[in-house]
Write a protein that binds this ligand. Structure first.
Ligand code: SF4
Length: 298
């Protein structure tokens, strides 16, 4: 699959900014649709008013090989509450972390990182979707050939995807759960599968897409298999990155399989059964998975 050249359409960017400004009055820019007035300081699920807080930024060398070096910018706040989140504090208390960086200052930083070798600017956190207005204000100050990576759980809306078409270059999407029970239990997301399987094809039509799926201990049959089966059946041309580096973070003090790292045997079983030949562009931990014969890999 050919990846389109990075390009920010100025008219679409202006329209997207106007859309976000308006939607924040009764916020429905993500799938939570809280309808709070963020301009008046009301807080929804993400806990964010209008301004964003940047808690980290650097040239990331650990993203997918085709994206690095990636200028990764971490914005606090999210609409999920993943039990195994690596940045749980910044998600649960977004206003207590990071600093308020004026859009012009962050745009200058993006230019500096680009001069240092960044191939793209990668908005994450936390989550870009709940910080959309701030990001658009930043991008207004960036050149049109900026490659925008939207590092998201895709817990968003069809309207948001349509609005960001022509602004976002690559949708870097976490497809985490293969059923609604795990999604609600582990992330607090309801009606997950229907929502994400409706939105993924829309994102695929709105720019480049790269999908990530994290192998979670004990979730091969309930999550990994259904996720990969759906992708193979519905979006087989889209790059898929299967990630094996699960870390329990705050679940480490709990019980059950998710309180520990992914066992090597489970990793091998997952890779042996994922059906690599069903995908046109499969990555394992960010690098290309090369088939040797049928079903095995290097
Ligand atoms: S961005 Fe925040 S306030 Fe707006 S709908 Fe999503 S979670 Fe709710």
């Amino acid at each position: 699959m050919t990846t389109p050249a990075p390009h920010i359409d100025r008219d679409r960017l202006a329209a997207a900014r106007a859309w976000a400004e308006e939607r924040y009055h009764a916020c429905d820019v993500c799938a939570e649709r809280c309808l709070v007035n963020r301009h008046a300081g009301e807080l929804g699920v993400c806990g964010l008013p209008v301004d964003a807080r940047v808690y980290k930024e650097y040239l990331h060398l650990g993203e997918e090989a085709r994206l690095v070096p990636s200028h990764t910018i971490y914005l606090s706040g999210c609409n999920f509450r993943c039990a195994f989140c690596s940045d749980d504090a910044q998600v649960r208390a977004p206003l207590a972390h990071g600093v308020n960086v004026p859009p012009a200052a962050l745009a200058r930083r993006i230019a500096e990182r680009r001069a240092q070798g960044a191939r793209n600017v990668n908005f994450v956190g936390g989550l870009p979707d709940v910080n959309v207005l701030y990001i658009l204000r930043v991008l207004e100050r960036c050149p049109p050939d900026t490659a925008v990576v939207w590092n998201t759980n895709l817990w968003t809306t069809p309207e948001a995807i349509a609005t960001l078409t022509g602004v976002v270059w690559t949708w870097l999407v976490d497809f985490k759960f293969g059923n609604d029970r795990c999604a609600e239990k582990l992330a607090g997301a309801r009606d997950y599968l229907r929502t994400i399987t409706e939105l993924l094809p829309l994102a695929a039509g709105a720019g480049a897409v790269l999908i990530r799926h994290l192998l979670m201990p004990g979730h091969l049959d309930c999550c990994t298999r259904p996720v990969l089966d759906w992708l193979a059946a519905n979006l087989p041309e889209i790059p898929v990155n299967v990630m094996t580096g699960y870390h329990p973070y705050r679940m480490v003090s709990g019980r059950g399989p998710m309180a520990r790292a992914l066992p090597a045997a489970e990793r091998e079983l997952a890779l042996a059964t994922l059906g690599a030949q069903r995908f046109a562009d499969l990555l394992i931990d960010g690098t290309e998975y090369r088939l040797i014969g049928s079903g095995s890999a290097s």
